[in-house]
Ligand binder design. Structure first.
Ligand code: ACO
Length: 325
């Protein structure tokens, strides 16, 4: 028995904003953003499009690609830091309704940009141990909604989008999701968190206030480089694979410099690492499935390719996975 990614698809938000366009509105430059992050553009969702809309769109495309009905889905899992409603209901429940997966259980996973890897591990374990056959694992985030546009050090980093995978239990062995490493360091919780504006009085009627991102960039940078290295070392030790065995390493697209630093530590050739940060910036939980969907569309993922996913994010969290495609 194996748990495989049967299909993958994405929703690319339609409003493309280049560095130059941002620089016309805030004190930054294309040169600074490119040299510090590798980002050239980002995509934003239009007003009225919620995280669940992007997630549902990616999910519908993934279902079409897999040629399975929403009625055959047992679990809808949405990894997101930007749910439609803070607290409840889960965005996954809204997606379940929007796609008509009425037989599915639905819940969200909150693990920042590592969310897709966390959700994939959860889905894989649930399908292995239950009678379920199929899960939709979705990473979706609308970071433009929680961006602090007064803070140029974070405002230039993020974009919106969604990626969805149909994950299925099959009877063949030794394929699909082979191994996972998950980790967290909660002492860094406030290095990347949502600041909730303070209310003057609990009894006063006030309009809801939107929380915004606060990040200690240097601390997150150091954590990111360290955690990618630790995750790769632990995964290689656990699986006994060598880096040469991998056709692709697909990292969370947060900052090209973070990935370059980790690649240098292991002498990983540039062409084995898939990067699309230049076009999409950091789409948080959506970044890895958007990258996988793009690779799949380009025909870069061949049957039996060994693929490593590796990510880090708010929490602080990190995760890595080995998949036999
Ligand atoms: N445009 C121009 N100048 C800027 C900008 C900007 N957008 N932002 C900051 N600067 C300036 C600063 O003011 C500072 O100026 P000063 O020297 O005059 O004080 C200078 O650039 C250097 O600032 P640093 O913060 O030291 O820049 P650094 O090289 O550390 O890069 C960055 C900042 C890109 C944020 C980096 O720290 C980083 O990538 N950190 C990790 C971020 C990350 O990966 N976050 C995602 C986590 S995943 C999740 O869960 C969402």
């Amino acid at each position: 028995m194996s748990v495989v990614i049967r299909s993958i698809a994405s929703y690319i938000a339609p409003i493309r904003v280049t560095n130059e366009e941002l620089a016309a509105k805030m004190d930054t430059t294309d040169e600074w953003i490119r040299s510090h992050t590798g980002i050239g553009a980002r995509h934003f969702a239009p007003d009225g499009i919620q995280t669940s809309d992007m997630a549902a769109s990616a999910a519908k495309s993934a279902l079409e690609n897999a040629k399975i009905s929403p009625h055959d889905i047992d679990y809808v899992i949405v990894a997101t830091a930007t749910p439609d409603y803070f607290g409840f209901p889960a965005t996954a429940c809204i997606v379940q309704d929007k796609i008509g997966a009425y037989g599915a259980a639905a819940f969200d996973v909150v693990a920042g940009c590592s969310g897709f890897i966390y959700a994939l591990d959860i889905a894989s374990s649930m399908l292995e141990s239950s009678h379920g056959r199929n899960a939709l694992v979705i990473g979706a985030d609308s970071l433009s909604r929680i961006t602090n546009w007064e803070d140029r050090s974070t405002a230039v980093l993020f974009g919106d989008g969604a990626g969805a995978a149909v994950v299925s239990r099959i009877d063949e062995g030794a394929r699909g999701c082979l191994s996972f490493i998950l980790g967290a360091d909660g002492s860094g919780a406030k290095d990347l968190y949502l600041v909730q504006p303070e209310r003057s009085s609990a009894y006063e009627r006030q309009a809801p206030m939107v929380p915004v991102i606060s990040m200690n960039g240097k601390k997150v940078y150091d954590f990111a480089v360290k955690s990618i290295i630790v995750a790769i070392e632990r995964l290689l030790h656990k699986t006994m694979y060598r880096l040469e065995d991998f056709s692709w390493i697909v990292p969370h697209q947060a900052n090209a410099r973070i990935v370059q630093a980790a690649a240098k530590r292991f002498s990983i050739p540039r062409e084995k690492i898939y990067m699309n940060i230049e076009e999409f910036a950091n789409t948080s939980a959506a970044s890895i499935p958007i990258a996988l969907a793009e690779m799949s569309e380009k025909g870069l993922l061949k049957a039996n390719d060994l693929v490593m996913l590796v990510g880090f994010g708010a929490g602080l969290t990190y995760g890595a996975a080995v998949i036999r495609w």
